[in-house]
Design a protein around this ligand. Structure first.
Ligand SMILES: [Zn+2]
Length: 267
């Protein structure tokens, strides 16, 4: 998974950038990079642009700035999924998540005053009312439903998602439910199936959608007859361990869970 390539985040510690530190800049779901596709460093801009501290990992710190006046080319978020080195691509996607959070919360929703980055914790603060806004994080499930040695593989309908590769049942947790209840509800809503033996597998931060994904495997309890939610899914099919399954690339929890199934590590 793409985040496995990433070093652990260091504690939140805003400080001035050093010459080698990385500066991200975003426009229209694209990241601005040098013409050789490498990311900008503070040495490229020094004092000419205001930088906002984002996070720190390994020996590097990462910042946000507006670099639109500097010669650049653009990479799409999708290109970052397979950017080399992988850990820097993940850092850029994580920076995108924080950028969208900061951009959407420039003003306090209570009194309309300007918010600013807090110096003690990763939060936006309103000095007028002391309101703190933390980064948006939506818990969601990825579900490997297994029945008679086969796994349930889905494809999204075009109106629901532009992702056209194979997927597993997935969805966001709702207020008031446990993550296991989310698993049962999402499988039922999308396919009409009841499931049991719900076993946690792994989690993955997924900054594209500000999500924290929880992977589960489970089994069908009762009928294996599928009743598809056609608003959300185009297909849902049972696939054996040897059937071809196309997950676009190896960056996702979905890819790893399908691989684990195909290797016979879950039953
Ligand atoms: Zn306020």
């Amino acid at each position: 998974m793409i985040h496995d390539t990433f070093y652990s985040l260091k504690p939140y510690h805003p400080h001035e950038p050093g010459l080698n530190d990385i500066i991200f800049s975003f426009q229209n779901k694209q990241v601005l990079v040098r013409k050789d596709r490498s990311f900008f460093e503070y040495r490229d801009i020094c004092d000419s642009v205001h930088c906002t501290y984002l996070f720190e990992t390994g020996s590097l710190s990462f910042y946000l700035a507006d670099l639109s006046s500097i010669d650049h080319i653009c990479l799409s978020l999708q290109q970052l999924r397979t950017y080399e080195p992988r850990w820097l691509g993940f850092a850029a996607i994580l920076a995108w998540q924080l950028y969208t959070w900061i951009d959407a919360n420039q003003y306090c929703g209570h009194d309309g005053k300007l918010m600013h980055m807090d110096m003690q914790e990763r939060a936006l603060r309103c000095d007028a009312c002391n309101r703190l806004i933390y980064p948006t994080l939506s818990p969601a499930v990825i579900v490997g439903v297994i029945h008679n040695g086969r796994i349930l593989v889905t494809r999204y309908s075009a109106q629901h998602s532009s992702y056209s590769h194979d997927a597993l049942v997935a969805g966001y947790a709702e207020a008031g439910e446990t993550i296991e209840e989310t698993v049962k509800r999402e499988v039922k809503e999308e396919t009409g199936l009841d499931v049991s033996d719900i076993v946690y597998y792994r989690s993955q931060p997924w900054p594209f959608s500000s999500s924290l994904l929880f992977g589960f495997f489970c089994h069908v309890s009762g009928s294996s007859q599928i009743h598809l939610d056609r608003n959300e899914l185009k297909t849902a099919e049972w696939k054996s361990r040897t059937d071809a399954i196309d997950t676009a690339d190896d960056s996702s929890l979905t890819h790893e869970m399908i691989e684990v199934f195909q290797k016979g590590l879950v039953h």
